[in-house]
Design a protein around this ligand. Structure first.
Ligand code: ADP
Ligand code: MG
Length: 264
């Protein structure tokens, strides 16, 4: 069974792409078959973190959407490239060409797009996790991604604007019958140590906080030059991300069972 996850946030720069890349590498390191898809079509960035050049990225998600290539042409196997010892990691990048970006903004995605991608990747690559990295805010495409995915992860900083926006987001999603799990990122270190923080914030934004990632100078200083946890496997950020990956496997296994039960 494939589980689709969407990583989103109300505001920009919350660490969606960084989280997507690190979480995916660690899910692969835990033996999973993972695909990450850059759905941030207006400002794609995952390819930078994965260090995938346009020479390697011959075809993109945009080409696939408009029937210019098969899905296999756009999917890049990063397992060897990133020297991952276990599991599999694939990547579907978004085009950086202005005309491609404009076309997708104008025309958008079809409703069945996200489920179709996850299903195709399961059939061809036996994918277990398909992770969509999105654009901030609840524009139509992100909403569609959230609605069509099995689990959604809402990233939020501790900034009041983020928390308020995250509350609004969870309320909107509830109206559509969707629940987001929350990851607090870039949390000021003195707040991150408070064991009551997850339950306090869960109460404020009316959604369960499943992870707290402190702000680390080293992550910022890394400047998206590669996936941080590969370069610094012993750093506390990597340990916390590994714990989050394990929690996610646990959560999605339970969630999966519920989804299957509902769909049966
Ligand atoms: N926990 C963290 N501590 C410090 N810096 C972080 C952390 N998480 C992300 N960053 C940095 O924040 C910036 C924005 O992250 P990015 O993943 O590009 O956000 P988004 O995809 O939401 O726009 C990047 O410079 C990234 O390195
Ligand atoms: Mg991003």
């Amino acid at each position: 069974m494939v589980t689709s996850l969407v990583i989103h946030s109300y505001r920009g720069g919350t660490g969606k792409s960084t989280t997507t890349a690190n979480l995916s590498v660690l899910l692969a390191a835990l033996g999973k078959n993972v695909a990450t898809i850059d759905m941030d079509i207006t400002s794609p960035g995952l390819h930078v973190i994965y260090n995938v050049s346009s020479q390697i990225m011959k075809y993109t998600l945009n080409d696939y959407i408009y029937g210019k290539c098969a899905i296999e042409d756009a999917v890049i196997d990063l397992t060897q490239y990133l020297k991952l010892p276990r599991g599999k990691l694939y990547f579907l990048g978004s085009s950086m060409r202005p005309e491609d970006i404009v076309k997708v903004i104008r025309e958008g995605y079809s409703e069945g797009f996200f489920r179709h991608i996850a299903k195709s990747l399961k059939e061809i690559y036996d994918m277990e996790y398909v992770i969509f990295d999105t654009h901030p805010g609840l524009n139509e495409d992100t909403l569609l991604a959230v609605m069509s995915s099995d689990v959604s992860l809402l990233l939020s900083r501790m900034d009041k604007q983020d928390l308020y926006g995250s509350y609004i987001t969870t309320q909107i999603l509830k109206k559509f019958g969707r629940i987001s799990y929350v990851i607090l990122n870039m949390v000021p270190p003195h707040l991150a140590d408070n064991v009551d923080l997850p339950s306090e914030v869960s109460g404020i934004i009316d959604a369960t906080v499943i992870g707290v990632l402190p702000f680390y100078e080293e992550v910022l200083a890394h400047r998206s030059k590669g996936v941080f946890c590969i370069h610094h496997p012993k750093h506390p950020y990597s340990s916390k991300m590994l714990a989050l990956a394990k929690k996610l496997i646990e959560l999605t296994t339970t969630e999966r069972a519920t989804i299957d039960l509902i769909r049966r």
